[in-house]
Design a protein around this ligand. Structure first.
Ligand SMILES: [Zn+2]
Length: 374
């Protein structure tokens, strides 16, 4: 484990036997498009090869669910929301899509769990403690800096949301607390309750907010007001697979959950960026498998799906391709659970798995060609 497999489904499927848990964290601040759906399809394909493999889908809704302005949501999608909360709509979309996919691939839907990140972190004290200990120790912060943000000015992996207007901040906060040299010391201080709670200091950058340009302090005991970067690929790992982390702390039981065996990530995770030109997946792998890491006893494998393009451009929520939605797919190719047709799932399956190209060009034509004939 610990490998990165790139865009070759034939290389991934023979490993299905060894994968107990697949984790995915889609960030859908817009409608589900073929790129998002493809990561889910890939998981279902692996599950169809191993009847024990489970899938945990965690919707990364943290940086949009609390915002009161919807300017980042595409206009057409905003109309579809008709007053409903974006996180609820994304949840409904995932549940519907996964249910129809599991029928198509003959996978028992009870093997799939969908969670909103904002719900998951509420009252998750173990996770609060782990992240706290990482951030308040020199050792933990050095580890984050060396592996995730080696040349960045800040080693922070989190940004808070403003307590007044709930806008997600774009600038990293300053940490105010007693700092420890080692992660274990910080962790022990937290579990024994001796030390003060870690506090984040930030300024709201929403011009319409009463706290604009004014410092605010946020106690780090509730993760629901914190946005994580890289979260989808490692927070679930921290939560399910950290016996090494607890080894030295007395009286703490080991987690009984299965460690994540596989993360399935979109093609953009493989694009290099930053001054060291390292991709996001390489950074996360480094973070989780670093020699000195006290975090995991077993590191997961990463599968990078093909990059989806729309007329040559990367498909994303802000650019082209936002018309190619799950909603439209389901309208044009309704899935029939009686097996009379393969519906939209069969359509996508054919588009994605009938070739092994690293880039899959999606157009109105190849996605909706049948209906365009009418
Ligand atoms: Zn504010």
């Amino acid at each position: 484990m610990g490998q990165i497999i790139r865009r070759n489904i034939q290389e991934l499927l023979p490993r299905a036997d060894s994968i107990e848990l697949i984790a995915q964290g889609p960030t859908s601040s817009g409608p589900f498009h073929p790129g998002t759906l493809n990561t889910l399809l890939t998981a279902l394909l692996v599950m169809s090869q191993n009847s024990h493999t489970r899938l945990d889908v965690m919707l990364m809704d943290q940086d949009f669910s609390y915002q009161d302005n919807m300017s980042f949501v595409p206009v057409k999608y905003r109309e579809n929301l008709s007053g409903r909360n974006l996180t609820d709509v994304a949840y409904e979309e995932s549940v519907t899509a996964l249910s129809e996919m599991s029928h198509f691939y003959g996978v028992d839907p009870s093997r799939i769990t969908v969670t909103r990140f904002s719900d998951y972190v509420k009252g998750n004290n173990e996770l609060v403690n782990i992240v706290n200990a990482l951030l308040r120790s020199h050792e933990g912060r050095r580890h984050i800096k060396q592996t995730l943000v080696p040349n960045g000015k800040s080693s922070m992996i989190i940004t808070p949301s403003c307590p007044e207007c709930f806008t997600a901040n774009t600038k990293p906060p300053t940490i105010k607390c007693k700092e420890y040299k080692f992660v274990d010391q910080a962790y022990e201080a937290l579990v024994t309750g001796i030390s003060q709670v870690l506090t984040l200091r930030a300024e709201c950058n929403n011009e319409g907010c009463g706290l604009n340009d004014t410092r605010y302090y946020l106690p780090f005991n509730d993760l629901s007001m914190i946005n994580f970067h890289y979260i989808s690929t490692f927070v679930t790992d921290l939560d399910t697979n950290y016996p090494k982390f607890l080894e030295k702390t007395s009286g703490m039981g080991f987690s009984s959950k299965h460690p994540v065996g596989l993360h399935i990530l979109g093609g953009d995770f493989d694009q290099s960026y930053g001054s060291d030109r390292t991709s996001k997946v390489e950074r996360v792998k480094r973070f989780l498998t670093h020699d000195n890491s006290k975090l995991l006893s077993q590191s997961p494998a990463f599968y990078i799906t093909p990059l989806f393009t729309f007329y040559g451009m990367k498909m994303s929520k802000s650019k082209g391709g936002t018309d190619l939605t799950l909603q439209r797919l389901r309208e044009f190719y309704p899935y029939d659970s009686h097996g009379n047709n393969s519906g939209w799932v069969g359509r996508l399956d054919h588009l994605i798995f009938s070739n092994n190209n690293p880039v899959i060009e999606i157009t109105e034509g190849n996605l909706f060609e049948d209906c365009l004939k009418y």
